[in-house]
Design a protein around this ligand. Structure first.
Ligand code: ATP
Length: 370
């Protein structure tokens, strides 16, 4: 077994990982540092390289370039069973003919621990996960949520430094997901184990992650707390991928102090810029404004204005989401709490507004003309 390095700051470090399948690059020069006890969600569309990244950490794929460090130990030359992690899969991969007790003790049996120790630790683990009364049952008699608890108990009994989870609740009924998510988050907090959770579901990632890592085309587009990803999308891809953003394309007409004036097909708008990284006049840029920041009752501070006609209204619990059409035919989304703002009717024409500081200018993709 690996000798853990107690003084390590990061439970996981990926340094410049590249993984190819023949000519296809599945993970490209990816670096990520995860502090101890973090809940990290790898989020992105199908095929962006999330599972491959997980498999590289596990030692199930060998990268062409880069280094993997787990618990302060470089593990590139170690087989999976010597690395300090456990894994949980979407279908839980429970052994159908084994009782719950037997499954949970399986990892310790493989490690050839003494029988008395296995018995004691299985009892403790059953109690921790509140499944003591299910010890003699087999998986086909358990509900989806119970199977998930057994799989988690089996993964964590060996006290791994990291738990890798690949779409772990993807196969659960929608109605069960929320309670299972809360339970998993609670276990993660209580045990202080680092979770690396792969998902393509942004609600999952935003509910659970201390850090959300958004991936696209084999690379990280943005990594940070959920609030930052939601409110300050770094790139156009993130703004498009995360629900609730209105994305505009345009060219820089002028830079004036702390903001750019951007000419778009829908008008000219002021968007904040970092003066040290301001794009040049004439540069093609994109920016976004969140649907819940737009207002249909603009005041003096809302200097950016649009005229739009309401096309449809959706009711989402406490929120009304409006689909509006601009004069140039493009659509914009507006979200308002039902308790605030006045209701807009289909066919009604409104003026929308937002403050300069609410707009987010995106970093252009690497290689794009400045
Ligand atoms: P999903 O959410 O659909 O699981 P993902 O983001 O996890 O997607 P990966 O499974 O990491 O994506 O796959 C990334 C890309 O690498 C995909 O285009 C996939 O087809 C390809 N790929 C993965 N494994 C192999 C393999 N063994 N051989 C060839 N190509 C592969």
């Amino acid at each position: 077994m690996t000798t853990p390095v107690e003084s390590h700051r990061y439970d996981l470090e990926l340094k410049g990982i590249t993984k190819r399948f023949d000519d296809f690059v599945a993970v490209k020069n990816l670096s990520l540092s995860v502090e101890r006890g973090q809940f990290v969600c790898l989020l992105g569309p199908s095929g962006c390289g999330k599972t491959t990244t997980l498999r590289v950490i596990a030692g199930l794929e060998e990268p062409e370039q880069g280094e993997v460090w787990i618990g302060g130990v470089r593990v590139d030359d170690m087989p999976p069973w010597e690395r300090d992690f456990a894994m949980m899969f979407q279908d839980f991969a429970l052994f159908p003919h084994m009782t719950v007790r037997k499954q949970i003790g399986f990892g310790l049996e493989m490690m050839k621990r003494p029988k008395a120790e296995i018995q004691r630790r299985v009892d403790e683990t059953l109690a921790t996960f509140e499944i003591s009364e299910m010890g003699d049952r087999k998986p086909d008699t358990l509900s989806g949520g119970e199977k998930q608890r057994v799989a988690l108990a089996r993964a964590l009994i060996t006290q791994p430094g990291i738990l890798l989870l690949d779409e772990p609740i993807g196969s659960l009924d929608f109605s069960l997901r929320e309670s299972v998510m809360l339970e998993l988050k609670d276990v993660q907090r209580r045990l202080g184990i680092t979770f690396i959770w792969v998902t393509h579901d942004q609600n999952e990632a935003f509910s659970l992650g201390d850090t959300v890592v958004v991936m696209n085309h084999a690379q990280i587009e943005q990594s940070g707390p959920p609030e930052t990803i939601a409110e300050r999308p770094r790139t156009r891809f993130v703004a498009d991928f995360i629900q609730g953003n209105n994305v505009f394309e345009g060219t820089v007409a002028a830079i004036e102090g702390g903001h750019a004036r951007i000419q778009t097909a829908s008008g000219i708008f002021a968007v904040p810029v970092d003066p040290s990284q301001a794009p040049a006049p004439g540069a093609a840029v994109t920016f976004s404004i969140r649907a819940d920041i737009l207002t249909s009752q603009p005041t003096d501070g809302h200097v950016n204005r649009l005229t739009a006609t309401c096309r449809a209204v959706e009711y989402l619990g406490a929120i009304r989401r409006y689909d509006l059409v601009l004069e140039d035919g493009r659509s914009v989304k507006l979200e308002q709490f039902r308790s605030t703002g006045t209701r807009i009717n289909e066919g009604e024409k409104v003026t929308l507004g937002w403050r300069v500081e609410d707009g987010v200018l995106h970093t252009p993709p690497a290689g794009a003309p400045a």
